[in-house]
Unconditional design. Structure first.
Length: 152
């Protein structure tokens, strides 16, 4: 019988865990999360998951995500799970969902779109769930989620 070895990762006292991130997307998620102070951040990449096969995971100590950060992460990892930890206990566990309306979070890929030419907040609407696509409210063009760029 083959013995399975595991690496244990310390629990966080307070903070946020983003689990079930699509494998290979953890770096994009980290670009979204605003890490102002030197919080402890633990990252796991290409880990085994019974739910999705391979996954990435991030644990961030002493950090609660803003709604904009959560919505942006949902664009990159729509199947992710957001877990809030307080005093080493899970106080909430939410499954991320793509919002129906996405305001000022992504850049329209159409270089001729008015949102790229003037100071106007971008606005997109979710059009299809599988695969996720969005439609720009200004130029009316439709794009797969993978083709849109998250604003920084």
């Amino acid at each position: 019988m083959e013995q399975v070895k595991q690496i244990k990762v310390n629990a966080i006292k307070n903070g946020t865990v983003i689990d079930h991130i699509t494998a290979g997307r953890v770096q994009k998620v980290l670009e979204i999360v605003n890490l102002d102070s030197p919080e402890t951040v633990m990252i796991g990449m290409n880990l085994h998951s019974n739910k999705i096969g391979k996954k990435d995971i991030i644990k961030i100590e002493n950090k609660v995500l803003s709604q904009d950060e959560v919505n942006s992460i949902a664009l990159i990892a729509p199947k992710a799970t957001l877990i809030i930890i307080k005093d080493f206990e899970v106080v909430s566990k939410d499954y991320l969902e793509l919002p129906e309306k996405i305001s000022n979070l992504i850049v329209c890929p159409n270089p001729k779109c008015i949102t790229n030419e003037e100071i106007i907040n971008s606005e997109f609407r979710l059009t299809e769930d599988t695969p996720p696509q969005v439609r720009c409210s200004y130029c009316e063009k439709k794009y797969p989620i993978e083709e849109v760029k998250i604003k920084k």
